[in-house]
Design a protein around this ligand. Structure first.
Ligand SMILES: [Zn+2]
Ligand SMILES: [Zn+2]
Length: 263
């Protein structure tokens, strides 16, 4: 299986409040890098209580589609632009998420799980954050237990959300210094991968991991297992700045698109 590195399946814009750059800047960078297709994947979250909003409102999504459709026409001859969404799972309100998703016609739906509410607390923790405060809170609750919850929640989500792609599978807790995958965690990953296969959900190779931990998301042992299961793999930069579009895609070519792996 050849992984299409002329498509970037996952880029953000300043609309989420933690990325920079306009949609058009991302489009121009993608064209400059020779990409043929790109997917905007803006953050959608539901009922999350966090220090600031890192996702789009419905009004933001209105603007997003209007601007995206203008750019699709303007750059029609140079690149195919898809308008998608990165749905952050919330195990406390799957039905509300399904309603939000059903309200629009998305070109591509990515699934992730960022925000965990520690039982008994009203606020959410960002499982993908490297902040001291968040890492300490995870330690207090139990790193192994939170990782286990993260993987179970993703499996549950993959069974419920009509996703096309699972985002950065092992990014949750990846900044935690005590993180290790026990045998139990490994079998949870296996269960998640089987759900992806059964539901025909692609797995992204997210190159933001190379910038953050010198290793793609997910780690090689997970990607090997995914290939054994014939899960479709796609290339994503998870760009949060225009210059990051298509970042490190040559490494995907090197690792996956050359013999003997491309058989
Ligand atoms: Zn983001
Ligand atoms: Zn993302």
């Amino acid at each position: 299986m050849i992984i299409d590195t002329k498509t970037d399946m996952h880029v953000h814009t300043s609309r989420c409040n933690h990325a920079v750059g306009t949609m058009e800047q991302y489009v121009q960078e993608a064209i400059r890098k020779g990409l043929k297709r790109m997917v905007f994947l803006e953050h959608l979250e539901e009922e999350i209580s966090y220090s600031y909003r890192t996702w789009l409102t419905e009004e933001d999504f209105d603007d997003y589609f209007a601007e995206g459709e203008t750019l699709q026409k303007r750059y029609h001859d140079e690149i195919e632009i898809l308008l998608g969404v990165e749905v952050g799972y919330n195990p406390e309100c799957p039905q509300r998420l399904l309603t939000r998703i059903a309200g629009r016609s998305w070109d591509w739906i990515g699934l992730s799980y960022h925000f965990f509410r520690v039982p008994g607390s009203s606020n959410h923790l960002n499982l993908l954050s490297s902040s001291r405060q968040s890492l300490d809170a995870i330690s207090r609750y139990g790193t192994a237990a939170v990782l286990s919850h993260y993987l179970d929640a993703l499996t549950q989500a993959a069974g419920i959300i009509p996703a096309n792609m699972l985002c950065h599978l092992d990014a949750g807790l990846s900044f935690h210094p005590d993180i290790t995958f026990t045998q139990q965690h490994r079998s949870q990953v296996d269960q998640l991968l089987h759900t992806l296969r059964d539901r025909n959900i692609a797995l992204e190779i997210n190159t933001s991991g190379l910038a953050k931990r010198s290793l793609m998301f997910p780690a090689p042992w997970i990607l090997d297992r995914a290939r054994d299961l014939n899960i479709t793999l796609v290339a994503s930069s998870d760009a949060h700045a225009p210059a990051q579009v298509g970042r490190f895609f040559s490494q995907i070519d090197t690792h996956f698109n050359q013999p003997p792996f491309n058989a």
